[in-house]
Ligand binder design. Structure first.
Ligand code: SF4
Length: 689
């Protein structure tokens, strides 16, 4: 037995799936994963995990992993050496930059990759290629939440930790399905609700699992959250229930803000949002009576034309009721990917250096220019959405994308794929030959988290290390190494030998990471940014100051806009979201036979009322059509949805049923996040069973 023990390796890692940030040990023997073993040392999850974290790792050793670089020859891809692939990438990108300028190239980073991978990628785009055209998939999900928080409280992250949420008197969940999208976080809320008398309000158009447990569950009209939020806020102020002392001492803009609420009476809100007068008053009373309130939200709020403004309305409501800066209070946008928070924090955004310092700020730019010995572009670059449009307009000629299945996850995917076809040169770096890779000229094989060292930052702003378990498969390499190789061929002279050096550089440049180092993150240690130079971290924000120069928060007036509807013939509203068992486009989880056996494919949820009206049964196959495309899906009848609401799970491996064949190019007017959740479709029955 002793012999056997010595051959089993136990390595600490951080989950590669959702933004909760569970950590655990991976037990391995050679390249075999024996088990995932959570321990009580894990700062977020302790001994809990969900099905993805526990069983979702077969992809690492999957036969289809990319093992060598590939170069396109006509319609085919042929295996190439690193030398050939890197030479081609460098010469093509160099040539396009020379001929069309640095703005003609776009850089798509990865929310699945590490902080260090993202840091070096934005440095490559900015310092080597001279472009701020760098973005990540938060543009598809939580950019509006970040923007809403940056303008009201000054920091684009969760106000506190998951432990703080569990300590709240009242948790309000809007447009989020934590039980499936953030399972271990949902477990904490469920426990607090059951054992500690925490109150739970769920506002959602779909009765998801957490809604079933809520003290109050209300289904507003799709796209109307801002209206009822503002009506509740107005009512609270009218009753004199706002926190005057907190507002006087810590918040700017109250009078102007109150005026902006004029239109949002209970009557107006009831009419527009479908939340009744009694329900609105009940919500206001519950918020008033609770000693601490926190609000959790996700893509049901952000993926609308006014996603940023609704996020702002949430933060405004928290501000006027004094619900910031204490345990159990505050704003919690729930981050989807394991490292979408970190990708943003470490600067893969067109307007921000690492740590949310503006590229337009001269003194910040000067700091980076000194450190990097180059001059840097002063204007924000293109975001994901603008890059796609710029390709269609002939302005963007080349793209370098890593760890992002953009062909499937960006909205209006037919439009996105047509853009990819127009690119002069396209580099895709990933662990599999993705659907996006089909459009590439060069495909570079990358290594997933189990094959490298690095850090991820979860939804709580918590930075955690993960350690290399295996050597990279075949000739694949960690993303940061590949990016360094490309950079050096394009004129850089970098010699990073370990991701800790990239983190040290980020810490020396971005004040919010001042005290972050690999030494302080050994094993189960973690740090929640901002981290002072002495290593003091900040699990709970705003205890004394908000993130603006005068330390005060800002109430920001917003105005509701009518959502976009394509026309009467599209008579059904289609919502979409995640499944517990699968992750995102499914490139990883569908490779776990245990998971895929349990949930082999996606489905369309249809209400009993609509099923009766259309003569539909579970198992029927229907075609959904929007102005942008169509999909074919299997039907499940369920009262989770009601009336003319449909719900399509977005985790698919089948392009025929991918929801983004239907979604449009309309978007949040501030951040350009697509309005994935505002979609009208028509339905025709293809087969009845
Ligand atoms: Fe991974 Fe999220 Fe599940 Fe935790 S809750 S194991 S981070 S997918």
């Amino acid at each position: 037995a002793a012999m056997r023990q010595t051959r089993i390796n136990r390595t600490k890692t951080v989950c590669t799936y959702c933004g909760v940030g569970c950590s655990f040990e991976v037990w391995t023997k050679d390249r075999k994963i024996l088990r995932i073993q959570p321990t009580e040392h894990a700062p977020v999850n302790g001994i809990s995990t969900c099905i993805k974290g526990k069983f979702g790792w077969d992809f690492v050793n999957d036969d289809e992993r990319l093992k060598t670089p590939l170069i396109r020859q006509g319609d085919k891809f042929v295996e190439a050496t690193w030398e050939e692939a890197l030479s081609l990438v460098a010469s093509k990108l160099g040539q396009i930059k020379e001929e069309h300028g640095p703005e003609a190239i776009g850089y798509i980073a990865s929310s699945k990759a590490s902080n260090e991978d993202n840091f070096i990628f934005q440095k490559f785009a900015r310092a080597v290629m001279g472009s701020n055209n760098v973005d990540n998939c938060s543009r598809y999900c939580q950019s509006p939440a970040t923007a809403g928080l940056l303008r009201t409280v000054g920091i684009g992250g969760d106000a506190g930790t998951i432990r703080d949420i569990a300590a709240s008197d009242l948790v309000m969940v809007i447009g989020a399905n934590p039980e499936e999208s953030h399972p271990v976080l949902a477990t904490r809320v469920k426990r607090a609700h059951k054992l500690h008398g925490q109150k739970l309000i769920v506002m959602d158009i779909r009765k998801h699992p957490l809604a079933e447990r809520a003290d109050v569950f209300i289904r507003p009209v799709p796209g109307s959250d801002m209206i009822w939020l503002m009506a509740v806020t107005k009512y609270i102020i009218e009753q004199g229930w706002h926190d005057r002392k907190f507002i006087d001492e810590r918040v700017n803009g109250f009078d102007e803000y109150v005026k902006s609420l004029d239109r949002y009476t209970l009557e107006y809100a009831a009419d527009k949002s479908g939340v009744t007068r009694e329900q609105l008053i009940k919500l206001a009373e519950m918020i008033h009576e609770a000693g601490s309130v926190c609000i959790l939200w996700a893509m049901g709020v952000t993926q609308h034309i006014h996603g940023t403004d609704t996020s702002t309305a949430i933060s405004n409501l928290l501000l006027i009721t004094g619900n910031y800066g204490r345990t159990g209070t505050g704003a919690y946008p729930l981050r989807g990917h394991n490292n979408v928070q970190g990708a943003c924090d470490f600067g893969t955004m067109p307007a921000w250096f690492p740590g949310y310092e503006a590229v337009q700020d001269e003194s910040v730019r000067a700091r980076y220019e000194r450190a990097w010995g180059v001059s840097l572009p002063a204007e924000p670059g293109l975001n994901n959405h603008q890059m796609v449009e710029a390709i269609h307009d002939g302005k963007l000629k080349a793209m370098y994308l890593f760890g992002e299945e953009m062909a499937l996850v960006d909205s209006n995917s037919n439009h996105v794929e047509h853009a990819f076809e127009k690119l002069d040169f396209f580099v895709v770096q990933d662990i599999f030959f993705t659907r996006t890779a089909r459009y590439a000229d060069v495909v570079l094989p990358a290594a997933p988290s189990l094959e490298k060292d690095g850090t991820f930052t979860n939804t709580e702003r918590r930075i955690q290390r993960f350690y290399k378990v295996f050597e990279p498969i075949g000739q694949s390499k960690p993303d940061w190494e590949i990016i360094q190789l490309v950079a050096n061929r394009l004129g850089a002279d970098w010699n990073y030998t370990h991701p800790s050096e990239l983190m040290a550089e980020a810490a020396s440049l971005a004040p919010i990471f001042a005290g972050v180092s690999y030494e302080r993150l050994e094993q189960w240690e973690s740090l929640v940014w901002p981290v002072a130079e002495n290593g003091q971290d900040t699990p709970l924000l705003y205890t004394e100051r908000f993130g603006f120069a005068d330390g005060k928060a800002k109430l920001v007036p917003v105005e509701w806009r009518e959502p976009y509807h394509p026309g009467k013939e599209y008579d059904l509203h289609l919502n979409n979201g995640r499944l517990l068992e699968h992750f995102h486009e499914g490139n990883m989880t569908y490779r776990s036979p245990g998971i895929t056996h349990k949930v082999p494919s996606e489905w369309l949820e249809v209400s009993p009322e609509l099923a009766e009206e259309r003569g539909l049964k579970t198992g029927a196959v229907v075609r959904l059509t929007s102005p942008y495309g169509n999909v074919k899906v299997r039907v499940e009848i369920t009262d989770r949805v009601h009336g003319n609401e449909l719900y399509l799970t977005m985790n698919t491996r089948d392009e025929e049923s991918a929801v983004n064949r239907l979604t449009s190019s309309y978007h949040d007017y501030i951040t350009h996040t697509p309005n994935y959740k505002e979609m009208d479709v028509k339905m025709e029955i293809l087969s009845h069973d």
